[in-house]
Design a protein around this ligand. Structure first.
Ligand SMILES: NC(=O)c1ccc[n+]([C@@H]2O[C@H](COP(=O)([O-])OP(=O)(O)OC[C@H]3O[C@@H](n4cnc5c(N)ncnc54)[C@H](OP(=O)(O)O)[C@@H]3O)[C@@H](O)[C@H]2O)c1
Length: 154
């Protein structure tokens, strides 16, 4: 069984994006993202891929409903189930966004790795609610302007 982890940087107001630009620039968090996901397959929505591009050292599995969509250096899936099956068994797979894909993948996730950013930017794309009845905070590291918080499914 694949371990599914969702990783996201989330504002105080739940906002993760405005559809185009990066909402904040936190180099330390980009490094955290890199070392956390390195060597593991990543699953992302096609819109997130368009903003992120191909990242080295990790398989990128992009979900799209477009039958002919393809991009060099990425694997394409047409459903979340297909993406998880492509990622393969007995590995940790990271769901890296965006909003639509986080919502669909939440039921599959065992762990959430959240950078809680101490900002409340405008933006229409949000992270799904982290329900305290289902998720327990297991680790927290407070930094200047943000915290790295891990949740495990209860
Ligand atoms: N702060 C963070 O940590 C973080 C992380 C990632 C992304 N983001 C932000 O999130 C925003 C993008 O999120 P979004 O919600 O707009 O889009 P998204 O989730 O990245 O991608 C949505 C697209 O994925 C495909 N898709 C979704 N579910 C599918 C399914 N079940 N089967 C097949 N294809 C599926 C569709 O692609 P097609 O249209 O090609 O069919 C859909 O349009 C951006 O603003 C980005 O910057 C923030």
């Amino acid at each position: 069984m694949t371990n599914v982890t969702m990783i996201a940087a989330v504002g105080r107001n739940g906002v993760i994006g405005d559809g185009s630009t990066m909402l904040w620039h936190i180099p330390e968090d980009l490094k955290f993202f890199k070392r956390t996901t390195m060597g593991h397959p990543m699953i992302m929505g096609r819109r997130t891929f368009e903003t992120m591009g191909v990242l080295p050292g990790r398989r990128s599995i992009v979900v799209t409903r477009q039958p002919d969509w393809a991009h060099p250096g990425v694997e394409t899936a047409h459903s979340l189930a297909e993406a998880l099956s492509l990622a393969g068994p007995a590995d940790e797979v990271f769901i890296v966004g965006g909003g639509e894909v986080y919502r669909e993948a939440m039921p599959y996730a065992a762990r959430l790795v959240i950078t809680e950013v101490d900002q409340a930017p405008d933006g229409s794309v949000t992270f799904p609610e982290i329900d305290g009845e289902q998720w327990q905070e297991t680790d927290r590291e407070d930094r200047d302007g943000f915290s790295w918080v891990t949740y495990a499914r209860r």
